[in-house]
Design a protein around this ligand. Structure first.
Ligand code: LLP
Length: 430
């Protein structure tokens, strides 16, 4: 892949740090982030709004990679973040994210999670359903306080992506549906509620989207809605949040629009539609997750055993697998493998890279084109920065990997490798 960094020793490098040195220092599996790549994506997302001269907010969808170091980095870069659970909210606050820049999402926010959000005075709750409105109202009444909210709409736009990560269609579990009148009913409830300050509307059409067309369709629908609501209820949205889902390149043939290009087209569409509808220009919010972190990390593994079934298949096993990256098994996601100790060597075999878990589906890469591999080689899987660590498990009692941030030739451990003892910390021996 053209994005791979190779150092003078002919090894794979991450942020100027030799991959073999990292593997030796921290062990494997190891997730290594190139911090400059994250910062560069932040810049691209922001710059296109600045160039468009429109009010905006970029809110990092922290489910993609939630770590104290990440919240710290992202808040230093001036972004907000979105959280989807009490746990993410707790981590965001501990990571130094200013509460007013936190946005809370979810289709089943628990009463205690809503309470934590209210007590922490977070910036915005994205109201998802009627039950939540009444839970939240009870909490606000009891605490004699108020909070800002946006209203999540399911706009009826289908994103062209895997069905498990498509969320904007009418039968989605997320948000208020428009056609049946739910969204309008929710609007009325919120407008009549003195404890909820309705700032605007939100929609999210799905994930790993490569083109701007779906966003433009969603903007069209949302602005139509805002126009109708202006006429009927004199409601003016201060915020138009169009969610996340901007695609990432996992393999060479993936060609998502670059971040700034997405934003450019979004800004253009909002400008056109808002002018047509003669509405007040809203602040445009987006919630990128994977596009901010996906391509910035690689996972380093150590090659172990091998099995060759001549004429059928060749398996190369590594010391991690579905416990640190469930995406191939869950979504048939494709990745690219590179031999970190000789990334430029002639690629002369096609192998299946498998993990160490007791599942036949524990495949990291099917048909990986690699140089001949040997035990103790360091194998890197590229673009593992999003939904890798955050979806990791302890299946088969394998500890979760360590995570390291690399920048300007320096490495910094940000998440320690779990130990066997860590995995027993919640257990009681009876
Ligand atoms: N905003 C909302 C309301 C979302 O539901 C999501 C993702 C995002 C933003 C961020 O989406 P992104 O920009 O990262 O695509 N585990 C799956 C992805 C699930 C995404 C869920 N919602 C995967 O590994 O592909």
């Amino acid at each position: 892949s053209e994005t791979v960094e190779i150092n003078g020793a002919g090894h794979l490098a991450i942020g100027g740090v030799d991959a073999l040195k990292l593997a030796k220092k921290y062990g494997t599996p190891l997730i290594a982030y190139d911090v400059a790549k994250i910062k560069n994506q932040v810049k691209r997302f922001k710059q296109a709004f600045i160039d468009g001269n429109v009010p905006y907010r970029v809110t990092y969808a922290s489910k993609a990679f939630s770590a104290l170091a990440m919240y710290r980095l992202i808040s230093k870069e001036g972004l907000g973040c979105d959280v989807v659970s009490g746990g993410e909210l707790y981590a965001a606050l501990k990571g130094g994210m200013p509460p007013e820049k936190i946005e809370f999402h979810g289709n089943n926010k628990l009463p205690e999670e809503l309470e934590l959000a209210v007590d922490s005075k977070i910036g915005c709750i994205v109201v998802d359903n009627f039950q939540e409105i009444s839970f939240l109202d009870n909490i606000l009444k009891a605490k004699k306080t108020k909070i800002s909210v946006t209203l999540r709409v399911a706009p009826g736009v289908e994103a062209e992506t895997h069905k498990y990560i498509s969320t904007g269609q009418e039968n989605s579990k997320f948000g208020f549906d428009v056609r049946s009148g739910q969204a309008e009913k929710a609007l009325k409830l919120l407008l009549d509620n003195p404890r909820m300050n309705l700032k605007g509307v939100h929609c999210h059409i799905g994930s790993q989207i490569f083109a701007a067309a779906g966003f433009v369709m969603a903007i069209n629908k949302m602005v139509q809605l805002l126009k109708a609501w202006k006429e009927k209820y004199d409601f003016t949205a201060e915020i138009l949040n169009i969610g996340g889902g901007f695609g990432t390149r996992y393999i060479d043939s993936d060609e998502p629009l670059p971040a700034d290009e997405f934003v450019k087209q979004i800004v253009k569409a909002v400008k056109e539609k808002i002018a047509e509808a003669k509405l007040k220009f809203p602040e445009i919010w987006i919630e990128p997750g994977r596009a901010l972190v996906g391509e910035s990390a690689v996972t380093l593994y150590t090659v172990g055993s091998r099995k060759d079934v001549e004429g059928v298949c060749h398996f190369v096993s590594v010391d991690g697998g579905m416990g640190d990256n469930i995406r191939p098994a869950l979504y048939q996601a494709k990745y690219e493998a590179v031999l970190a100790n000789k990334p430029q060597a002639l690629k002369e075999q096609i192998v299946t890279v498998v993990g160490k878990y007791c599942e036949s589906g524990d495949i990291l890469v099917r048909d990986a084109l690699l140089p001949v591999t040997h035990p103790n080689d360091t194998l890197a899987i590229l673009s593992t920065g999003a939904y890798g660590y955050t979806m990791a498990s302890n299946y088969n009692r394998n500890p979760r990997p360590a995570v390291v941030f690399c920048e300007n030739g320096k490495d910094k451990l940000v998440i320690k490798r779990e130990t066997y003892a860590d995995m027993l910390r919640c257990e009681l021996s009876l």
